[in-house]
Design a binder for this molecule. Structure first.
Ligand code: BGC
Length: 807
């Protein structure tokens, strides 16, 4: 017996030792391959100031001379050239990839780097070139809010999601939001913000739609450019992502988007093209997926022919995190920087440069672009940073921008609230507002204002009976109300069960309140797509809650308002007839509850308009025939196998539709372009949004000069409340000989606040060249001659003024 026990103990100990050794080897491998492999290139160096002939400069390479690259009176071009000439091949190769993901996952030593920054451009210590920090993302800066050994916090402002910002149709406002984000980056020493996202909402279920602006490229491009201009006005770079056609999260690391050249140019590339034209961003991020057989980060056609040769992009292209397969092919194609960088990529680049598969010209080209960015950073100008952004001022910016992008979908004399003191809040989300989506588009904010708090702040009384039901429900389901934060939230979806009411409870709530507000919440994020059942479609409990509460309030002569705290489109047609009002609040950032209260109370007159169509059914979308429907969220295994170790592609014959490849059979017929062409009813059309006032359009004047269509139109506030209006300009080719959309958005403008009776004459210009289509046969943009109708509308399906022009 003793012998057996002894043997057992020996085996057990050996097993434990073996496991420990394996874990140690595994961890060492991970660490040296992905986390920290930069030991010889740390930027802890001292640089001396030197003064020569009255000019003081930083002697970065310590040679007691003023080199061209150290002389900031010289042009960036001259400085870059000098630097390239001084760098060894090893130093150049070193610069082409980041330093790993240690800081992204909080593996910083105290006092070292910026915890939460997801990537770097590595330093070149010999030449005194510092580290450049890259950090997410589209709704505000995403760095770690706390640091080891420090008492203070590093919170950032959670601004509204991009979809909400697009719903403002207000470029100046979006630029202001960008400006605030840029200021936070600059205060926290981040050099490049990884955003905005400019992918198109091809299908409502894409899990990352909240990070993107619209189903339309003109709205996308103009919003993206405004954001870039706002951020970059602070000397902070942007990375416009994900170039291109990252329209689904399912198998995003290897999905091959099969798209016609025309759909690419007119829809998927167009938004990026406008961003480049109007804001020349410092960087663009290539996407994970392939387009027509080639990973975008390895596509010379996309990265060099289109982006640089056709559009004149001057910045650098970086890969998405661990994106692409062949490091040398990426650099050769024009993907200048590999992020976050791995040891394997470093070795592969060294080998390719030695064996000639990676030319020195390609290396120098990419290195020059990277150096140009480094020289542009505030860091190289020795600018101060205080680690102290004005979070209060930015909270005001986010509150204001969020209320401007919320869309009033229905209002049967229910809003703004009048004679209302006591509000019954129904639905768990009213008490737990969702600020934004999950994944890299998330922000570590200090707080989120719920609808409950927002209404309280606005002086309303929260109904105790309703709150009591919520609290009982919450304590009965404590576990499921625990919300994972930050990166954890990507792997752990937050789906607490919806609350229910007994007839007596509802009776008491209705009797003791003046109005009911029911919030429906949805959250999605990076790494997974949404599904139809229980997500696009309301859950049974939600349907039931809308019906029962509407009935109860209306029977008592009171109103029931639905608030949608969602990041993407949901089904509305089946239930929208019931409540008295519906406010699409989107996910409004950390001040969301205050912004909603501003609209409900009438402090702000809603002026948001839909940046996408709300269809009756998912299947009404032409893209539904080719979109993954199984959804799912990111798992730890996916993250490790997909990102770090790059999942194997399946053999050709075994490839699975909508996972390994997706056919974009609908071509250019995305969103309203399809609904109009197929003459389909929709629940709410593209561009739709109500106001508390009424606007009249008149005196349209259209003229043509120097290749421009000039439009003048009057907008008059004929209602009783001051407000803003969004004017949309669509063009329609009359008697077209090619297959093209019925109408396409070409421009838009927003009035200032118009007092009742006030008129604003808006002036809108459209270059004639914007009316061209992509001619597949000729491989170029072509203008169809003849008659076009200019359609000026308050939505895509409410056209107020038309005028024919001849081109
Ligand atoms: C996302 C990017 C993000 C990057 C860094 C990737 O997984 O696709 O949008 O910027 O991670 O966090």
């Amino acid at each position: 017996m003793k012998k057996i026990l002894k043997r057992f103990l020996i085996i057990l100990t050996s097993l434990i030792v073996l496991i420990a050794i394996a874990a140690f080897i595994g961890w060492s491998y991970l660490k040296s391959s992905f986390f920290t492999f930069e030991k010889d290139y740390l930027d802890h160096f001292n640089i001396k100031e030197l003064t020569i002939e009255g000019y003081t400069f930083l002697d970065r390479n310590g040679n007691n001379r003023l080199d061209d690259y150290e002389d900031d009176r010289k042009s960036i071009e001259v400085r870059v050239k000098d630097l390239v000439s001084q760098m060894t091949l090893e130093e150049k190769i070193h610069l082409l990839k980041g330093s790993g993901i240690a800081s992204a996952i909080g593996m910083n030593e105290p006092g070292d780097g910026i915890p939460g920054a997801v990537g770097t451009i590595v330093p070149t210590p010999r030449l005194g070139i510092p580290t450049v920090y890259l950090s997410d993302g589209p709704a505000g800066l995403r760095i770690e809010p706390t640091r080891e050994g420090e008492d203070r916090t590093y919170y950032c402002t959670a601004f509204p999601i991009a979809t909400l910002l697009a719903s403002t149709w207000n470029e100046a406002l979006v630029q202001e939001v960008g400006n605030a984000m840029g200021k936070e980056a600059s205060e926290y020493r981040i050099d490049v913000i990884l955003g905005p996202g400019a992918n198109i909402h091809r299908h409502p279920l894409c899990g990352r739609n909240f990070e993107y602006y619209s189903e339309d490229p003109v709205l996308t491009g103009n919003m993206g450019a405004a954001m870039v201009n706002g951020i970059e006005s602070n000397g902070i770079g942007t990375s416009v992502k994900h170039f291109v056609a990252n329209n689904q999260e399912t198998e995003r690391n290897l999905n091959d988007a099969i798209i016609s050249e025309r759909a690419l140019r007119e829809i998927y590339l167009k938004g990026f093209e406008i961003v480049v034209q109007k804001s020349q961003p410092w960087t663009i991020m290539s996407s994970y997926n392939k387009v027509n057989g080639t990973y975008t980060s390895e596509s010379e056609y996309l990265l060099t022919d289109v982006l640089r040769n056709d559009w004149g992009f001057e910045g650098l292209v970086m890969s998405d995190w661990f994106g692409g397969r062949n490091a040398a092919a990426q650099i050769s194609a024009g993907n200048d920087l590999l992020e976050p960088g791995t040891k394997k990529q470093w070795d592969a680049l060294l080998e390719a440069s030695e064996n000639g598969t990676l030319s020195i010209e390609a290396v120098d080209r990419s290195v020059s672009r990277i150096l140009e960015l480094i020289l542009k950073t505030r860091k190289m100008q020795n600018q101060e940073y205080g680690n102290n952004p004005d979070l209060k001022a930015h909270a005001k910016t986010t509150r204001l921008s969020a209320s401007e992008g919320m869309v009033l979908l229905k209002n049967k004399n229910a809003l703004p609230l009048q004679n209302t003191r006591n509000i019954a809040l129904l639905g768990i989300t009213s008490y737990n507002f969702i600020a934004g989506g999950t994944g890299s588009g998330d922000v570590n904010e200090a707080y989120t204002i719920s609808l409950e708090k927002g209404l309280e702040n606005a002086g309303f009384e929260i109904n105790e009976a309703a709150k009591h039901v919520y609290e009982l429900h919450r304590s009965a389901n404590e576990k499921s109300f625990e919300k994972a934060e930050g990166i954890e939230a990507m792997f752990t979806p937050y789906t607490p069960p919806e609350m229910t009411f007994t007839a007596e409870q509802l009776k008491e709530i209705v009797e003791s309140s003046d109005v009911g507000i029911l919030t429906i919440g949805r959250n999605a994020g990076e790494g997974g797509d949404r599904v139809e059942i229980d997500d696009f479609l309301l859950k049974e409990l939600e349907q039931e809650m809308i019906s029962s509460t509407t009935r109860a309030f209306q029977n008592a002569g009171k109103k029931l308002i639905v608030v949608l705290n969602i990041g993407g489109v949901i089904e509305t047609a089946s239930w929208k007839g019931q409540p008295d009002a519906i406010l699409l609040a989107w996910q409004g950032g950390q001040e969301g509850g205050n912004s909603v209260a501003d609209i409900l109370s009438g402090k702000v007159n809603p002026s948001g308009k839909l940046p996408m169509t709300f269809p009756i059914a998912l299947d009404d979308h032409a893209s539904n025939a080719n979109f993954p429907q199984e959804g799912g969220h990111l798992t730890y295994t996916d993250a490790i196998s997909g990102l770090l170790f790059q999942k194997e592609e399946r053999p050709e014959a075994e490839k699975v539709r909508n996972r390994d490849y997706t056919n974009y059979d609908e071509s250019v017929y995305v969103g309203y372009r399809h609904f109009d062409k197929a003459n389909l009813q929709v629940s709410y059309p593209f561009g739709f949004g109500l106001s508390y006032t009424i606007f009249d359009y008149s005196d349209l004047e259209v003229s043509l000069s120097n290749g421009m269509i000039n439009i003048l139109v009057n907008v008059e506030n004929t209602g009783q409340i001051a407000g803003k209006e969004v004017v949309q300009v669509y063009t329609e080719k009359l008697e077209s000989t090619i297959d093209r959309p019925v109408q396409e958005l070409k421009a838009f403008a927003k009035t200032g606040i118009l007092e009742p009776g006030a008129i604003e004459r808006l002036s809108i210009g459209i270059p004639v060249s914007e009316l061209r289509y992509w001619d597949e046969a000729g491989g170029e943009w072509a203008l169809e001659k003849g008659a076009y109708m200019l359609r000026i509308g308050t939505s895509s399906r409410d056209i107020r003024q038309i005028e024919e022009i001849n081109l």
